[in-house]
Design a protein around this ligand. Structure first.
Ligand code: SAM
Length: 355
């Protein structure tokens, strides 16, 4: 397998930071929970071997606890308390797996609580290739990961996300990469899924007209530009601060299935819908702009801090520069709070035939 994956792909900010700063993602995940429970009720019985649930791109685990508790409850109802269940959490090799296992052990909401027949493990490899043995997975779960591309196809000088930049050529490079990654992800999962297995996936979506994320991505970019103007980072470093991420439309998700099945998979459900902004909702209750700004700075640092640190890596004080960047973001958000507009794409995929 080529080693081109995971170069531009960075894990989330470590030391449990993502766990503490991902309530926006948790709010979006709620939208897919009924589909996950329905999928857990639909998978085949599969004899008496352990049931295998795979959580692809688990990060530090906190946002996986509630979905997996619900899925496991549905599996327990159908298959009984005696059937062993394996839960395999996957992520990039550089992910903070220590926080994941600490969460599993200590979090009050851990799915391990009170069930001795659940066996968690982890795989530190990019999911753009098969990472589990053929036919092994009965239920797959994957949230907020697939908007991250396997590689960064292009850097742009005018935007945090190339898909929001001025260059149509750059936007086309992103769309091409996203189309290729979606197919590659699906074929890799197809190899791992048992017949009748389901995969429920949620990631950044877009409508045909609106991509979303322009406000907060624009603010973070403006904070980085201020730093360039103040001589703290160079134009080249600013240019390297491009997040390899973009939303997909419903048509993007459907494309591989245009002829029916793709790699022995069928698309059971697909939608793109507006996702919640829990920070804004809380602000309407509390009027606490400081908290609102801290939530946004924390969330944006959780997902883009490691990319900022790499963009500034040639400087001796790269971490201090990242601190400064997210301090500036916090000030900007506090000065002009807004409701964040964004969408999620959700798909349920079934393994129908050998891939
Ligand atoms: C925003 S976090 C999502 C974590 C969690 N699933 C959630 O919903 O909150 C995105 C995760 O995807 C992981 N990721 C990105 N590209 C990946 C890849 N190619 N293979 C495996 N994991 C990947 C990142 O390392 C990160 O932990």
């Amino acid at each position: 397998m080529p080693n081109d994956v995971a170069v531009a792909n960075k894990p989330m900010e470590g030391g449990g930071f993502y766990n503490r700063n991902s309530s926006l993602q948790a709010a979006g995940i709620e939208l897919a929970l009924p589909l996950l429970e329905a999928a857990a009720r639909a998978i085949p019985m599969g004899g008496s071997a352990p049931l295998v649930v795979a959580d692809y791109g688990a990060s530090q685990g906190r946002n996986s606890m509630r979905p997996l508790c619900l899925a496991i409850a549905a599996l327990r109802e159908r298959f009984g308390a005696e059937r062993p269940i394996e839960v395999i959490h996957t992520d990039l090799p550089s992910n903070d797996f220590a926080s994941l296992f600490t969460t599993l052990q200590n979090d009050a909401g851990s799915y391990l609580t009170g069930d001795p027949l659940i066996f968690p493990s982890a795989v530190g490899r990019s999911y753009f290739e098969p990472i589990l043995p053929p036919g092994r997975v009965h239920l797959g779960w994957n949230t907020w990961t697939l908007h991250w591309m396997s590689r960064n196809p292009v850097e742009v000088p005018d935007s945090l996300l190339a898909i929001l930049g001025a260059s149509e050529e750059a936007r086309e490079a992103v769309r091409r990469q996203q189309a290729q990654d979606w197919r590659r992800y699906l074929s890799s999962r197809a190899a791992e899924m048992a017949d009748g297995a389901r995969l429920v996936t949620l990631f950044m979506g877009r409508t045909d007209e609106v991509h979303g994320w322009d406000w907060i991505a624009g603010e973070l970019w403006a904070a980085a530009m201020e730093m360039a103007e103040d001589g703290l980072i160079s134009a080249a470093e600013l240019g390297r601060f491009t997040l390899p991420a973009a939303g997909r439309s419903k048509a993007d998700l459907e494309a591989p299935f245009a002829g029916g099945e793709f790699a022995g998979l069928s698309l059971e459900h697909v939608e793109v819908r507006e996702a919640p902004d829990p920070f804004w909702d809380l602000l309407q209750e509390t009027h606490d702009v400081g908290q609102f700004a801290r939530s946004w700075a924390g969330m944006m640092r959780a997902v883009s801090g490691p990319i900022a640190a790499e963009a500034f890596a040639s400087q001796p004080d790269a971490e201090a520069l990242a601190d400064e960047l997210f301090r500036r973001l916090e000030s900007r958000v506090a000065a002009a709070p807004q409701r964040h507009l964004h969408f999620v794409a959700i798909a349920v995929i079934r393994k129908t035939a050998p891939g």
